[in-house]
Design a protein. Sequence first.
Length: 477
Amino acid sequence: MTTSRMPFSRRNILALGAMSTAGLAGSVLSYRSAFGTSLPERGSSRSFTPFSVPMPIPPVLRPHAVHGDTDLYRLAVRQAQVEILPGTTTPVLGYGGDFVGPTILASSGRKVGIVFDNSLDRATNVHLHGGHVAAASDGHPMDLIQPDGSKYYEYENRQQGATLWYHDHSHGTEAEHVYRGLSGFYLIQDPEEKHLRLPCGSYDVPIMLRDALFDDDANMVYGDPTQRPTVLVNGAHQPYFRVARRKYRLRFLNAATERRFALNLDGVPMTKIGSDGGLLASPVPVTEHDLSAGERVEFVIDFGQHPIGTQLLLADGTLPILRFDVVADSVDHSRLPDRLRALPPLPRPRVNREITLSFDMSGDPVGLVNGKPFDPARVDFRVRRGDTEIWNVSNGDGEHGFHHNFHLHLEQFEVLDRDGAPPWESDRGLKDTIYVPPGSSARLKTRFTDYLGKYVYHCHFLEHSAVGMMAQFEVVR
Ligand SMILES: [Cu+2]
């Protein structure tokens, strides 16, 4: 690896330049490659020993001030050079310069205020994914922070404990920005949850999964989303994680822009305790679990059932991505209760809506919601504050068409059914993101509780939202 003082290699400058002058076109070009020629296999000359690096744990961001009921933070959005593949340097975009952004620890009922300073040469913004947030702080795709600009976001955290994440949502460039590193964890801790005595502290571990394509110079190549063979776990390729013989709470996030993970642990049961919206009603044993882009799942895994020296492989299908090494005995005072929390029933719905996601492939791919590409000047419908609604979300591209998923801003939802059949395991609990495979539909139920204003809903395969597969609703009195 040549150590360049330039923040980006020439290749990346060209790629990013194309994007910043014509963001949509850049995305379209990259998406076109998904349907045509695939990128040449690169990076194969690099030698790599699997499970030779420890899994990094993202640093926890410290507030710079505490005022009454608000913790105040400041975070730069900037370019950085980081070591992802051992012995090499990769240019990335990072919150605070970290490739996996620092974790923000929030508490239910206590506010977080964050100033994001944009040190990039292009516009960015920040969306708190899963957050119940006022419209002005939601990171609407057109509400941008220009280069050298700053924006104050306020998160009231009037919601239950959950694994959320923050990421770029700048329209047309969100896919590339998230790909290059603009994402981090935001964990809401809940006083009621503490009484459950689930594993906590260093035994409560956020794990960000994503994929990437590296070239021979360890640059991340932004292109065909289906040609990203390297899976990164908290920013490391096939790391190990040393665990004690006790229970751990593991919070998985799929921060890839388009990949779906099929997680399994050598057939060892994993106890699912949470999803996008926090804890489930009760724990559920699973041996595998699907996770599409933007989704979260939480497991409790009891490594106390395995002798010291055991190595357990977490895999995506058949691809090992993380190795747990059982290395020490431990006293374990944590518990895994039979009941976790009561999920409040939603009122009777007043409104039914049909939402259809599809592509117009007549020219360059254009993403559509109900037949129309995203238009920030258009409000697709208005929602009455306080109403409960049922949305039937369909993949309109046919049985042999494209995969999509669906993310709703502002509120979390229950999945009622899928094409009339019961929801999937991955739909359990409160959700904000679900997978919608070709030719299928899912019915969601949600209540719009309090905040007013304009919010978006979209496919969270970010290469799809970047080319228009997004729409907006407005909550009105
Ligand atoms: Cu899509």
